[in-house]
Design a protein around this ligand. Structure first.
Ligand code: DP6
Length: 346
């Protein structure tokens, strides 16, 4: 951290929701996934802002998350990540104060680790004066080491995270498929069915799936063709082509979770009810594959992300309003990638 001025910096990043899922790694330490994944970055309603200050006078790293001290586990994960930044900058003994704030519930399946580590990677590299990390591919590969899905939150719009070929993970980063302004009428209606913390972390759960699920290999075979369908549908803004694949992909991931031993379940009763309601809504527009007006997807949590277009947003909201047990509904548009606010959190 030779640069004198840039010892403190802030960055903001938004959560993303995968429509082709990252669930399984071929290298756990380097977080290299078994397959490419594709996501949409969400808007500023699901945002993390983080300030990092490195100082030679500190004896340890510290973390404040949403106004409270980070737990031991949270601090260890942040410190481990900062070790990468320290190693790159050649200053192994300089510690940091980190303050981070989410605009949404942490660890409730709204992907706080994605926005969290994307913002941390951006703020820490800027604070360390590592100018070359303005390069998004490099920043994405670095954010990946904190949390796999964070590699995608570096960019706005539709984003693909590539597994790459190299053993060291240097070609394992995300790229933008299309910018946020390209699909303006796309909506993600998020139904929060529980804001409780999840029982098992994605990190542990996906390792268990790779180790124990017999159906996992079969899932990997179908992911390749889904990737092709989704890339094409995004470029052509073809919602009807996108919708069935989004739902099948979510179901496939939750199926291999259940097929793991001991089984992993993130969906709750309300999540399942939402799935059926979305299928019924689509069927009310006809039974053909090209009639879908909405598509559900779930990450490692029970909250539903229902993709639709502006034209059908009301219909989806109505469907949710008729249900019991939904805590909150958010309507998100496609959002931006990492940015660097001038105002610091401390
Ligand atoms: C279900 O990125 O949280 O959301 O790399 O262990 O931090 P770690 O996992 P994480 O896993 C996300 C899994 C998912 C699917 C996805 O975002 O692609």
């Amino acid at each position: 951290m030779g640069e004198r001025k840039a010892m403190k910096a802030s960055a903001a990043a938004n959560a993303n929701i995968a429509i082709i899922k990252y669930w399984g790694r071929r290298n756990d330490a380097l977080r290299i996934p078994t397959n490419n994944s594709i996501s949409f970055t969400m808007d500023d309603q699901l945002q993390t802002v983080t300030t990092v200050e490195f100082s030679k006078t500190l004896h340890a790293d510290s973390l404040v998350l949403n106004g409270r001290p980070g737990t031991k586990t949270e601090l260890a994960r942040v410190s481990n990540f900062l070790d990468n930044v320290r190693a790159i900058s050649g200053k192994r003994r300089v510690h940091a104060n980190v303050v981070s704030k989410n605009s949404f519930p942490t660890a409730a399946g709204l992907a706080s680790s994605a926005s969290g580590f994307a913002a941390l990677a951006a703020a820490a590299t800027k604070a360390a004066g590592l100018g070359r990390y303005k390069d998004k591919k490099q920043l994405s590969a670095l954010a990946r080491l904190g949390s796999g899905s964070a590699s995608r939150s570096i960019y706005g719009g539709a984003v693909e995270w590539l597994t790459g070929k190299r053993k060291d993970g240097s070609d394992c980063y995300a790229v933008q498929l299309s910018p946020p302004e390209r699909w303006k009428d796309l909506r993600n209606v998020i139904a929060i069915t529980s804001s409780k913390e999840k029982r098992i972390s994605s990190t542990d759960a996906m390792a268990r799936t790779v180790r124990t699920s017999e159906m996992f290999k079969c899932r990997l075979e179908s992911v390749e063709s889904r990737l092709r369908i989704v890339r094409k549908a995004i470029l052509e803004r073809d919602f009807a082509a996108l919708a069935p694949t989004i739902m099948q992909e979510s179901d496939s991931m939750h199926a291999v979770m259940l097929d793991s031993w001991p089984p992993i379940t993130y969906l709750n009763g309300i999540s399942l009810e939402i799935m059926h309601k979305v299928v019924e809504l689509n069927e009310s527009y006809g039974h053909g594959q090209r009639n879908a007006v909405a598509a559900y997807t779930f990450d490692a949590g029970p909250n539903a992300h229902i993709y639709t277009t502006a034209k059908y947003e009301r219909q989806v909201q109505k469907l949710l309003a008729e249900m019991e047990g939904i805590e909150k509904v958010l309507v998100c548009r496609v959002g931006e990638g990492v940015r660097y606010p001038r105002k610091h959190l401390f």
